[in-house]
Design a protein around this ligand. Structure first.
Ligand code: HEC
Length: 116
C-alpha cells in the first residue's frame, strides 16, 4: 500500500471520528427536544404513576385525589424544582448528573400544565 493511500485512509478515519463526536455533542445539547411527558415518565413515573412508591406515600400524606402528580394542577415549578433537588421525606434528591437542569425544567413545566 502506498504511503499516500495510507495517509488518505487515516484522514478519512479522522474525519469520521470528528463527525461522530460532533453528532454526539449535538445530541447531548438538545434535551429540550425530548418530549417532556416521556421525560417525566422515565424519571418520575416509576414512583409517581398509580401504584408507585411516591403515589402510595402521597396518598397517606395529602390524600388519594392528590396522590398522582401528573393529575395535579397545584404544583408550582419552583416547588417541583426544590423537591427534586433537595428530596422530601421518603423521596431521594436527584442530582444534576441524574437529571440535568434543562430536563428538570421541562418536567416542572409539564407538571404545571393544568390537567382539568
Ligand atoms: C424513588 C422514588 C421517587 C422518584 C424517582 C421520584 N419521586 Fe417524587 N416523591 C417520592 C415520594 C416517596 C414522595 C412523598 C414524600 C413524602 O411525603 O414522604 C415524593 C413526593 C414528591 C413531590 C411532593 C408532592 C407534594 O404534594 O408535596 C413532588 C413535587 C415530587 N415528588 C416530584 C418528583 C419529580 C418531578 C420526580 C422526577 C424528576 C420525582 N418526584 C421522582 C418518590 C419519588
Amino acid at each position: 500500500m502506498s504511503q499516500r493511500r495510507l495517509i488518505m485512509i487515516a484522514a478519512a478515519a479522522a474525519a469520521t471520528l470528528a463527525f461522530s463526536q460532533i453528532a454526539c455533542a449535538e445530541e447531548a445539547a438538545a434535551p429540550a427536544a425530548a418530549d417532556s411527558a416521556a421525560l417525566y415518565e422515565r424519571q418520575c413515573g416509576i414512583c409517581h404513576d398509580a401504584g408507585g412508591f411516591g403515589t402510595v406515600m402521597l396518598e397517606r400524606r395529602v390524600g388519594a385525589e392528590r396522590s398522582v402528580l401528573a393529575q395535579r394542577n397545584d404544583l408550582p415549578p419552583a416547588y417541583v424544582r426544590h423537591v427534586v433537588r433537595n428530596g422530601l421525606r421518603d423521596m431521594p434528591p436527584l442530582t444534576r448528573v441524574e437529571l440535568p437542569d434543562a430536563d428538570l425544567e421541562a418536567i416542572a413545566q409539564y407538571l404545571q400544565r393544568a390537567r382539568q
